[in-house]
Design a protein around this ligand. Sequence first.
Ligand code: ACM
Ligand code: ZN
Length: 501
Amino acid sequence: MNILPKPFRIEVSEGSFAFRADGKVATDLPVIASLFGGADAGSAVKFVKGETEWDYVLRITSKGVTATARDDEGLFHAAVTLLQLTGGSLEADLPACTVYDKPRFGYRAGMIDVCRHFYGVETVKKLIDTMALFKFNHLHFHVSDDQGFRLRIDALPKLHQIGSERKGTCGDGKPHGGYYTKAQIKEIVDYAAERYIEIVPEIDLPGHTRAIVAAYPELSCSGKPTEVASWFGIHSKILCTGKEGVYEALDKIFAEMAQMFPCKLFHLGGDEVAKLEWAKCPDCAAVYRREGLKNLEELQGYFTNRVINMLKKYDKTPVLWNEALNSGMLDKSAAVQYWTTDRPSAERVTKAIAEDGRKVIMSRCNPYYLDYPCGMHSLKAMYKLEPADELGEGSEKGILGVECPLWTEHIAQEKELFEHFYPRALAVAETGWSPKGVKDYADFEERLKGVLFLLDRRGVPYVPVAECNPGKIKSALSAAAFGMKMQRGCDPTSARNWRSM
Ligand code: ACM
Ligand code: ZN
């Protein structure tokens, strides 16, 4: 049966039910009614709340369909399963069966970087709408980076007035910008909540902050004016660790963001911190001495823990990219998002799970980064990744879930955005939801082909499945083209211009 992600268990019985996809269903939830032909209490297709140990149970008999779940979210999951079973046909005869289903992991996410290229509310909503059809439950929203700050913070208006605009992109001379108003963020958050998706905002700190220091240069070590970055790569104009104004400004940002984003998870970044300016800064040196720190990693550790403490009053759980473990002093409350591919980082993550009970989101760059082409990160490779395998025995207990990030340095159009996301993200959706040990790529591919009508119906572009696993020659060519594109996108004058891996 074409259900993706694959459910926990399906028991097939005799007979079938003639479901008409344009027919109405009995539900109190407008979002479920909107997936079908509307709501009608008399329909033979019923969504009802009831006690069950499962996320949902979907029972199809020759007389009708009953979906049962403890809560609305479970009913929504049952509805998308049912929708997939119709195969998009208005005349579907559904095989009698009972689906017993529940997720493997509590965190199943995609990420969109709206800094390198800005995407408006309608695009973000389209992404959320389609993700929900595959039981994703979080969207990581990367809203602050060197190339743009994308929120309106009333207490710090230059963040959107100056920080959201750049003069060009990689020398093209064309201004690029945009930010979300508070009303727009509410629209996105509410739209996602209706589909049981939470928005995890990320303010990447203390690196990747050139847009913030372009708006408020006094927050950098040198205090000198700078511009929002128009090239990619890693930038060294970042927040100072020693100026009190930095913590005051972040407190203001957090206060407004905590209002905007109800999600308990709050991403603080922590990746790729070029510490060149810190090494020369008297204010950073004063912190270094006062705190008795031994190296610049510990200075990042000091900064991060201080910021985590500030966030505590908003009752948020911090999430940080795995470099935040490098200091050896990361606050125990923080979850870690594992993205790098190097052995020492993997070992640190394994240790953090074993010794600190740390929770980890698996986002290993290779193959989970969706900005890379299929020739580098194929559908098959994404499907095959088992979240805890690389981290070794006993690490599975620390896995909060999975996330496929989509960075947008070289993705400027909505069409490309969706083609990078789909269908590969659906391999990650399946890993996040389906029980361990059931992976079978051929079966996955068949089911995938059977559910792509959901994207077709919404006019969402995706790469044809036949092109998602290119052979060796095509892969080598696409890797070379991608490498050149990345290289060309980085500031030719910067010392370290390649995004580290
Ligand atoms: C990252 O890709 N720098 C988290
Ligand atoms: Zn400094």
